[in-house]
Design a protein around this ligand. Structure first.
Ligand code: ZN
Length: 687
């Protein structure tokens, strides 16, 4: 399942290997994206905003460009759905802040105003008032009374006060939500033993307890259903007259106004589809949006996963369940893309050999797939990001998520090259690898092979890792609960790490020699055991699934390699470094852990899974944490990156016939969000 590497490894690994740009990365220069292309757009708080190039767009056919244009519009129309999903006050807070930002006539040179501007940029980045990654509420760095004063100073006619509410009433509602650290402190809270539904600020549930929600969906499930729908995927659970019920996200339901606009663009897209199958896929999605019927969603997903021929492709809908404490509800997201033919050769080779990898995997043969089905993988160029892929975006995606569709129809796996490329360009010369790598030996390996092995790691993780192995009969993935996601990512990463060092990759021509993999091994452990801690606030633990996975793997191999002196954290001049003494044995350790994690998943061993993650993937050594934070701070690198999208325009002739679609890259971060809020914002303040 799942989206991977939510821009994490990229940030750290690529940050560390910038000097050695490999020839295997695309060269956007040929498409008019030359050395003057500005990758860096904005910098605030813990965020840097980048711009990604879309090499190859101008060479597409007119029909393909038009298709991308309509799908891109559909990608932007769902923005407010996500905002409302993340928290039910998000739209009100954003629109009030934007109203002030655009209409305030007072002093804009004060520190309070600057902090207010930063806050607005932060919530744009997070699609709401909670940090996109840590899930913690972003606390404004300007005084509450100052905020109240400036809101009231703006002409109310220019403000979005709901249903004729006055400023006072709106402020009464949003001020505690914005300023009081105790009100809705976390977007998602999965602390064991609490009511995680009640404790989470997401807008998937209102007025119901965790127990009520669980009972509600358990009652729906059909026993022994081999092809179950994704229960609860597209709805909010509420209580009406004391009865638990669902508000479904569909054309005549919740979020209907935005969905109507999405459908409008999808209809245009269907008219210029590349082939009948793609047209049918889009029409099936439209019909899902109209009915909200999850069976139709599965039909759509099957059509979508089977379309491996179209050059242009897209994701659009309620897809990932990372933000729901119960893992049922999906946030809205979109990504429009087209295939990068040359780079896809890499994933084609991997896919063609999928069965070999499965057969030779170091896991118990009871857990192996006899026949690996439909691993379709490609490298893509993204053309538009929307909803939950914007501004923060993944570098690899593997969908659909429904287990039975993956079992019967396979999955589609993509590596997003132009995003990776933009990260690498933006990281050039930032000093990261000089600070954190042990010596020139590691830096040289990284320079030579870092990008290549990082990309291959992503390919293996996506194309093969998630798709490998099987559950024993009667075992459901749900039994692993909150540990399911980190364990699944751990499994996929271990699969990739184990095979990176396999001579088979050299034999297949994917790696130049049997030394290259060391670059990824070193950088992986360095990130998992050390440098990813820059994303954790002092005193906090590791929460995010991918970070837990990386910490689990790194800390586990350090612990289990102690006796043989395989890999360790050592001090040199008071600074901690990763030292790898035996790469071969490190590979063996990855293999051993892979076998164990596969066993946990295949048997549904909740206790062992919990113990593994809690022991190695959650706790933070405070001394090491403080050290990493201070070394990192000195480099002044933003721990998180987001993106702005390019702007597409239809060119028409006198008769209104489309003659071209242009792409431009000149919109800045603030203008883009203000424009999106004007152009793609049709939902009521509260839904
Ligand atoms: Zn993954």
């Amino acid at each position: 399942m799942k989206r991977t590497l939510f821009m994490l490894t990229t940030l750290f690994l690529l940050a560390a290997c910038n000097n050695g740009k490999k020839a295997d990365t695309p060269s956007p220069v040929e498409d008019g994206i030359d050395s003057t292309f500005e990758y860096k757009v904005d910098r605030f708080a813990d965020i840097e905003i980048l711009r990604y190039p879309v090499p190859g767009f101008n060479s597409l056919s007119l029909q393909q460009k038009e298709l991308i244009y309509y799908l891109s519009q559909a990608a932007l129309e769902g923005r407010d759905i996500l905002w409302d999903q993340n928290n039910r006050y998000n739209l009100t807070i954003r629109r009030v802040c934007e109203g002030v930002y655009e209409n305030y006539m007072g002093d804009k040179s004060s520190q309070d105003w600057k902090n207010f501007e930063t806050y607005l940029k932060q919530i744009w980045m997070a699609n709401g008032i909670h940090h996109h990654y840590s899930e913690d509420k972003i606390i404004p760095q300007f005084p509450q009374d100052w905020f109240v004063k400036i809101v009231k100073s703006v002409d109310p006619g220019r403000m979005p006060f709901r249903d004729g509410m006055a400023a006072d009433e709106t402020l009464k509602e949003i001020v505690p939500v914005m300023f009081d650290p105790k009100v809705m402190p976390k977007r998602m809270d999965q602390t064991p033993g609490i009511d995680i539904v009640a404790a989470s600020a997401v807008n998937f549930y209102e007025g119901v307890t965790q127990k009520e929600v669980e009972e509600f969906y358990n009652a729906m499930k059909v026993p022994n259903d081999n092809t179950p729908i994704s229960y609860g995927l597209n709805s909010k659970v509420i209580k009406e007259n004391g009865v638990v019920t669902e508000k479904v996200w569909k054309l005549d339901g919740m979020y209907g106004k935005a969905i109507e606009r999405i459908i409008g663009w999808l209809e245009k897209a269907a008219n210029v589809a590349e082939n009948d199958q793609q047209k049918q896929t889009i029409q099936s999605l439209i019909s899902f949006y109209k009915t909200g019927d999850l069976k139709t969603f599965d039909e759509y997903s099957v059509l979508w996963v089977n379309d491996t021929v179209s050059h242009v492709d897209f994701i659009n809908g309620f897809i990932e369940n990372y933000s729901d404490p119960l893992g049922l509800k999906a946030t809205w997201e979109s990504m429009v893309n087209f295939k990068s033919i040359e780079a896809s050769e890499r994933t084609r080779i991997i896919s063609e050999n999928a069965q070999w990898f499965e057969d030779n995997s170091p896991i118990d043969s009871r857990f192996k797939k006899e026949v690996v089905k439909g691993v379709s993988a490609k490298v893509i160029t993204t053309a538009m990001l929307g909803g939950d892929t914007y501004p923060s975006t993944p570098i690899g995606i593997n969908l659909p998520n429904a287990d039975w569709i993956r079992r019967d129809h396979g999955s589609k796996s993509v590596t997003i090259d132009n995003i990776t490329y933009a990260y690498a360009k933006a990281a050039e010369g930032n000093g990261f690898k000089e600070e954190f790598m042990l010596s020139d030996v590691e830096r040289e390996l990284s320079a030579k092979y870092g990008t290549l092995t990082d990309n291959l790691h992503t390919d293996l993780h996506e194309c093969l890792g998630h798709g490998s192995g099987k559950l024993l009969p009667g075992v459901s993935t749900d039994v692993l609960q909150a540990y399911g996601s980190p364990l699944e990512e751990t499994r996929a990463d271990l699969f990739a790490l184990y095979y990176l060092a396999d001579p088979k990759l050299v034999e297949l021509g994917l790696l130049p020699n049997e030394e290259a993999y060391k670059a990824e091994y070193y950088e992986y452990i360095m990130n998992g055991a050390m440098t990813q801690l820059t994303r954790i606030q002092p005193g906090k633990q590791i929460e995010q699934a991918h970070m837990r996975n990386r910490a689990t793997i790194s800390n586990w191999v350090i612990e289990h390699g102690k006796a043989d002196n395989v890999v360790s954290l050592e001090k040199r001049d008071n600074k901690t470094y990763v030292v790898i003494n035996d790469y071969n044995k490190l590979r063996d350790l990855f293999g051993q852990l892979l076998a164990e994690v596969q066993r946990i998943k295949s048997e549904g061993d909740f206790e062992a899974g919990k113990k593994l993650i809690e022991t190695y993937g959650v706790k933070v050594d405070p001394a090491l944490h403080a050290e990493v934070l201070s070394r990192y701070e000195a480099l002044n690198i933003a721990p998180y990156k987001g993106f702005v999208n390019p702007v597409y325009k239809l060119v028409t002739d006198a008769n209104g016939k489309v003659t071209d679609v242009t792409i431009s890259y000149d919109e800045n971060y603030v203008d883009q969000h203000l424009r999106y809020s004007r152009q793609y914002s049709v939902l009521p303040l509260k839904n």
